[in-house]
Ligand binder design. Structure first.
Ligand code: ZN
Length: 234
């Protein structure tokens, strides 16, 4: 049996330290998975990989925007997998995201393995945010504290992403990291909370982690990474 390999490019920790510049192309990324999450060059929005296609949910303007991303675009951080459902169940009645998470977790065999998650359904409410484009001289915490948020009601689409076990916090952020994209590809982002009306939930096993690094950037001292693009001189 082939291992289900989670491919992670860069880490959230390095991203948060200021490594915002894209260094892996979408084309290369898609060779490692057909479902996933991430962000784009200059942390310009949320990356959504669904059925082998890449989308960008941008929140820089007043209205949210979703565009398909071409294969030559570069990303600073992403996590993808060739998602294989191990558990599939139907959600037939309304639940809050907390209730659905508890139901999803009831199917986990143990709490120390990563999971891939895919939920297609109808949502009474979907609340997302998008990280706004920024230069490396702005601290991630400052950027992250001013993220546009949007809510849609009665929307059909797919939630996708990963669940990280507590013991691997640091490799990624423990718990859920999920992105959403509507069926009409007009609304999406990083999932904050939702109310599901009904849908199909897929939980995939992860056996292996392939952790890649943007080596050419990590050769530099951290200050240089952070200061490079802001063109400050020391
Ligand atoms: Zn996200």
């Amino acid at each position: 049996m082939e291992a289900n390999k989670l491919f992670q490019y860069n880490t959230l920790g390095a991203l948060m330290a200021g490594l915002y510049e894209g260094s892996l192309t979408i084309g290369e990324l898609l060779q490692h998975g057909d479902l996933g999450i991430g962000t784009l060059d200059a942390i310009d929005g949320e990356l959504i990989i669904l059925d082998g296609k890449a989308y960008q949910a941008k929140g820089s303007g007043k209205e949210p925007e979703v565009i398909e991303v071409s294969s030559d675009v570069k990303v600073p951080y992403a996590a993808v997998i060739f998602h294989q459902a191990e558990v599939i169940f139907k959600q037939r009645f309304e639940m809050t995201h907390k209730e659905l998470q508890a139901r999803i977790e009831s199917y986990y065999d143990g709490e120390n393995l990563f999971r891939s998650i895919k939920i297609h359904g109808h949502f009474a409410q979907m609340h997302v945010r998008m990280i706004p484009k920024s230069s490396s001289d702005r601290k991630f915490a400052d950027v992250a504290s001013h993220q546009p948020e949007f809510t849609r009601e009665n929307i059909t689409g797919t939630i996708l992403g990963f669940w990280t076990p507590e013991i691997f916090h640091g490799v990624s952020v423990a718990g859920y990291h999920l992105h959403f994209i509507s069926d009409d590809h007009r609304f999406g982002g990083h999932v904050l909370d939702y109310v599901i009306t009904q849908g199909t939930v897929e939980v995939g096993a992860v056996d292996q982690l392939d952790q890649r690094f943007p080596v050419q950037y990590l050769l530099l001292p951290l200050c240089q990474i952070q200061c490079q693009r802001s063109k400050r001189r020391y």
